[in-house]
Design a binder for this molecule. Structure first.
Ligand code: SAH
Length: 346
């Protein structure tokens, strides 16, 4: 019989306190259990050793703890680690640990599959199966933090929401997860070390600005010309660049924080002079920087990384307009862990 008990981690601290009061116990018991669930990462009620046996049994009768488990873990020759993470209902998402000299970055998923349909991304072929819960997002981060300590002797330093899914299409749960990641009762990480990456959902970008979030924003731009962008990112027909621009201006006005545009240059798609000019123009709307990312092929031949001279043209044009541009090398390609390759292949 399927377990219909509620996931205890769906309760806020206040709700847990109220639960205990209703059960005739002290509200404080709620704090203790909350600390076990979030601070100490307890996987079972049995683990909660300072809680009486009777209370643990009572919790057991009422709730489950839906923990993720790392199903398989692959290590790349460049040190990148990819986790296939099993959820309580058997679905799988992937998260990636990316080490550099000075940082360990966790790249986490926000949905099983994805709501969007970017033609160059392997995840889009999975379709969206469901949103991840806040605790399922949080657990991915905790798992990578542990691996970082184990393999690199240091805690996780940065988090990017660039795994599977569109974080702004699962806004509430992503926000709750970030609250937990940044709260002292969770991982106590600074929001400045977190980047939420979106394909560009204007309404939600404005909502984030209104909610005065403290993390950084990245937008997967890939083209500043509507016809081209709609071709490769069909949802652009619904959320055209003019709306995106307006939302980004609103974001900057409210947060005063620079935006990062992610950009892949493809042969015969966005490598013309007019593509470059359009990007330069787009970059003048709000303070920003550009990350040119290497294309990670996902089987068919429709998309091919542009030549290095095409990329040089972009760099030159951007730099001569005083726009900061970084070229990002791909990591973890040999284990399908690089951008756009997450598709539960294993
Ligand atoms: N949905 C969010 C986050 C996931 S994608 C977003 O779109 O931003 C993370 C980044 O990988 C995005 O910038 C995306 O455009 C990029 N990407 C997708 N497929 C890729 C591929 N095959 N090669 C390189 N980058 C890719």
């Amino acid at each position: 019989m399927a377990d219909k008990k509620k996931d205890i981690r769906a309760l806020s601290k206040e709700q847990l306190r109220e639960f205990f009061v209703k059960e005739g116990d002290k509200a404080f018991r709620g704090n203790q259990v909350y600390e076990w669930l979030w601070g100490k990462g307890a996987h079972t009620f049995e683990d909660m050793t300072n809680i009486s046996k009777e209370t643990r049994q009572m919790l057991q009768d009422n709730f489950v703890i839906n923990h993720i488990s790392v199903d398989t873990m692959q290590r790349s020759s460049d040190g990148t680690v990819k986790n296939a993470v099993k959820l309580h209902d058997g679905l799988i998402v992937e998260s990636v640990l990316i080490p550099t000299e000075t940082r360990t970055t966790a790249c986490v998923s926000s949905q099983v599959g994805c709501s969007l349909d970017c033609k160059f991304c392997a995840t889009s072929r999975l379709k969206r199966m469901r949103n991840l819960n806040p605790d399922e997002i949080y657990d991915q981060v905790v798992a990578i933090d542990k691996e970082s300590k184990l393999y690199f002797n240091r805690p996780l330093s940065n988090i990017v929401f660039m795994g599977m899914g569109e974080p702004l299409m699962n806004y509430n749960n992503v926000m709750k997860a970030i609250d937990k990641i940044t709260s002292p009762e969770g991982l106590g990480m600074s929001p400045k070390r977190i980047v939420v990456s979106t394909s560009g959902v204007p309404k939600m970008i404005k909502k984030m600005a209104d909610d005065a979030v403290k993390f950084n924003l990245a937008v997967s731009l890939h083209s500043a010309i509507d016809e081209v962008r709609t071709e490769i990112m069909p949802f652009n027909a619904t959320f055209p660049l003019e709306d995106l621009k307006e939302a980004l201006e609103y974001w900057y006005e409210k947060t005063q924080r620079k935006i990062t545009y992610e950009y892949v240059v493809w042969d015969g798609i966005n490598d013309r002079r007019e593509d470059i000019n359009a990007l330069v123009k787009f970059c003048k709307y709000v303070p920003c920087k550009i990350n040119i990312i290497e294309y990670n092929p996902i089987d068919d031949g429709q998309f091919q990384q542009a030549s290095s001279s095409a990329i040089d043209n972009y760099i030159q044009a951007l730099e001569s307009n005083n726009i900061v541009v970084n070229v990002r090398r791909s990591r973890g390609k040999d284990i399908d862990a690089a951008c756009g390759q997450l598709a539960n292949k294993s």
